[in-house]
Design a protein around this ligand. Structure first.
Ligand code: ZN
Length: 667
């Protein structure tokens, strides 16, 4: 028997509007998870779809003056288009108006009715029309709908309806939750579910008056089946429940059901598992309720008009940076996965997004690829050299990233996974700095040069494999530039650590910057070799600087404003000698340096930890701006600013051409 497919679902989306960044989140995460599981070699089934049977859908269509069927067809089409733009590759898209779904809902209704899980009763109580939900008097908040997203007036309703006997399942639900610690995630939402169940579950009215739209109750066409009872069934109707037993058994139970926190407790962790229990079906392995996004600190709402369309944002980003539209979309996917631990609420700020784009994508990942390919181009004529016995210098880093990021993805900790991959990328950039290929070339140490570049290419290739679930287009482009575009799609996660993955003589096809920095359209600088990589020093490079607040992306030197000599003469710049260096706790970019200016000692904080080992700096002469206003950085006092060349965000220290005493003035 073949292995059961790894089954991932998103909620089916209610067709009232096209998705924005906030509600595209679930689907993007589902796609990342699906791609990751495929990359691990598993069979995957990824389902999404649209929820189309609500009476208010008919009302919305009427308002637009079109047939309801035409209305839902259009919206379902728009959803598919958005997922295509976001490069979401689902295996099936179910619409609740499809016959395959309607048949299963009707059959389940009849079965539950015959076995007593559904019964007929009179309803008298409050009803919220927008939420299509009945509420008890005690549920109401100030006499209004208790749904936090709603809060609207409720109306009194008396009608005969069918009920699902949810109350009968309280104890079984609690037992299941307690016996399966991973069932409800993240952990902190579990308590909310348990206390909701323990306060006593009431039976749920699962029918409404038939207003000409929805699935009619079998044998009682005056009524239609309540949208939630109908909608939840999509998770099994789509995979062959009651129609294709073999298919169903090869997919169910579900491995991960993803959803926003608003539909987690009541519908997915209470009602749905009870329905499955009534059908004697095993429950899903994990129900995951994620947080919500705000934009620039504000709740996303239609009335505020602050809903960011991912496609629009990607278009803006592509226009500004010169990145391709698809890469821009990838970077939005990256941001959503990296910025916030999955499960928590997050804020989508343009500034935060630009920062991540420049620092993580352009400076770290982009830089590793561009500089390495540049040197292969220059030193080996664009052919990946045979490294002899010198490859694999970054093997430990690659293996570590592979296992840490892999475990994190299994636990749905996507931000952790990316963090682990980026640790490998940073270590690889540092390795290139430390191994100084430009010196190896000058010294004619060709074997070591080949080994150093080959090792860096191995890391770039490993990064391409590991980021591919998050950034499918960008990773394929990295592979293409590495000269392995044709074989890339067949690679699996474990191949990231393959021995000597490039055939000697493989022709590279880059570098062409994939993530051009957002603050400039100058692509030229990415293409050219930087002076440090050709000359072995910073000479000739326009002096940049490492700001004392290195957490922020260094700003480019835009329009150069001239200053009178008087201004310049106020800057006291001196040669200093580094006496000791250590990392600043909790800041992976910062080093705390004790420096000597001959007659005085100073402490400074510099953002060079990504590029220099603390030990390698001791004894080095640096250039220091000594009269910069003292500042506290991450709680550490800094009296002065180290000057360095800024090479696409990478700091390259300046040093005097010959030995000079500490304290010498720079004029
Ligand atoms: Zn409501």
């Amino acid at each position: 028997m073949t292995e059961k497919a790894y089954y991932i679902t998103t909620p089916i989306y209610y067709v009232n509007d096209v998705p924005h960044v906030g509600n595209a989140y679930t689907t993007i995460i589902a796609d990342v998870l699906a791609r990751y599981q495929k990359l691990k070699g598993r069979d995957v089934f990824f389902l999404t779809g649209t929820d189309e049977n609500a009476p208010k859908v008919a009302a919305a269509a009427k308002e637009r003056g079109i047939e309801t069927k035409q209305y839902v067809d259009e919206l379902a089409g728009q959803f598919r288009n958005v997922w295509e733009t976001l490069d979401v590759r689902y295996d099936d898209f179910i619409r609740t108006t499809e016959q395959r779904h309607v048949d299963v809902v009707s059959a389940i209704f009849e079965r539950c009715l015959s076995q007593g899980d559904i019964y007929k009763g009179d309803y008298k109580g409050w009803y919220c029309v927008p939420c299509e939900t009945f509420w008890a008097e005690s549920d109401l908040v100030d006499g209004k709908c208790p749904n936090k997203e709603c809060g609207r007036a409720v109306e009194w309703l008396e009608e005969e309806n069918y009920y699902f006997r949810l109350s009968a399942y309280s104890q079984r639900l609690v037992d299941h939750i307690e016996a399966n610690p991973g069932f409800l995630q993240p952990e902190f939402r579990k308590n909310e579910v348990v206390s909701f169940i323990k306060q006593g579950l009431r039976d749920v009215s699962i029918t409404r008056k038939n207003q000409g739209w929805g699935i009619p109750v079998p044998g009682d066409p005056e009524k239609v089946i309540y949208v939630w009872f109908d909608a939840l069934i999509n998770y099994i109707s789509a995979i062959g429940y009651l129609s294709d037993e073999a298919k169903f058994n090869s997919i169910w139970p579900c491995d991960v059901q993803l959803m926003g926190k608003d539909i987690f407790v009541r519908f997915h962790c209470t009602f749905w598992p009870a329905m499955l229990m009534a059908l004697d079906l095993p429950l899903p392995r994990v129900m995951f309720g994620h947080g919500f996004w705000t934009t620039d600190g504000e709740k996303i709402s239609k009335s505020k008009g602050n809903a960011i369309s991912p496609a629009k944002l990607a278009a803006e980003l592509a226009d500004e940076s010169g990145a391709s539209r698809q890469v821009a979309m990838d970077s939005i996917r990256y941001f959503l996965c990296r910025e916030v631990p999955f499960g928590l609420d997050g804020d989508f700020s343009r500034e935060g997004f630009r920062h991540r784009f420049n620092s993580d994508l352009a400076n770290d990942l982009g830089n590793l690829l561009n500089r390495t390919l540049s040197m292969v181009g220059k030193y080996f004529n664009g052919n990946i050299p045979d490294p002899g016995g010198h490859s694999g210098a970054l093997k430990t880093e690659i293996l570590k990233a592979g296992s840490t990021a892999g475990e994190a993805c299994e636990r749905l900790e996507f931000s952790r996974a990316l963090e682990a991959i980026w640790q490998m990328v940073s270590a690889s950039n540092k390795y290139v700095n430390d191994s100084r290929p430009w010196d190896l070339e000058k010294q004619g140490r060709t074997d070591e040069l080949a080994g150093a570049l080959y090792s860096a290419l191995e890391a770039a290739r490993a990064a391409a494999i590991m980021v591919s679930p998050f950034m499918p287009t960008a990773s394929a482009e990295i592979a293409r530039q590495l000269g392995i575009g044709d074989s890339f799609e067949a690679l699996k996660w474990a191949d990231a650590a393959a021995e000597k993955p490039f055939a000697p003589g493989t022709k590279i096809l880059g570098p062409e910057p994939i993530f051009p920095r957002l603050d400039s359209k100058k692509k030229v600088e990415h293409l050219a070799l930087t002076p440090s990589e050709t000359e072995g020093g910073g000479r000739g490079q326009e002096p940049g600087k490492v700001e004392t607040k290195p957490e922020e992306t260094p700003k480019p030197q835009a329009e150069v404003e001239t200053v009178p000599y008087d201004y310049f003469s106020k800057l006291k710049i001196k040669i200093a000698e580094i006496k000791s260096a250590e990392k600043v706790e909790g800041a992976d970019k910062l080093l705390k340096l004790q420096v000597s200016l001959g007659d005085e000692e100073r402490q400074i904080v510099a953002g060079v930890a990504m590029f220099y080992d603390p030990e390698s700096l001791v004894g080095r002469k640096i250039v220091l701006l000594t009269n910069l206003e003292p500042a506290k950085i991450r709680g550490v006092q800094s009296n002065g600013m180290l000057l360095a060349a800024d090479v696409d965000g990478r700091a390259v220290l300046l040093q005097p051409d010959s030995d000079v005493p500490a304290g010498s003035k720079v004029k």
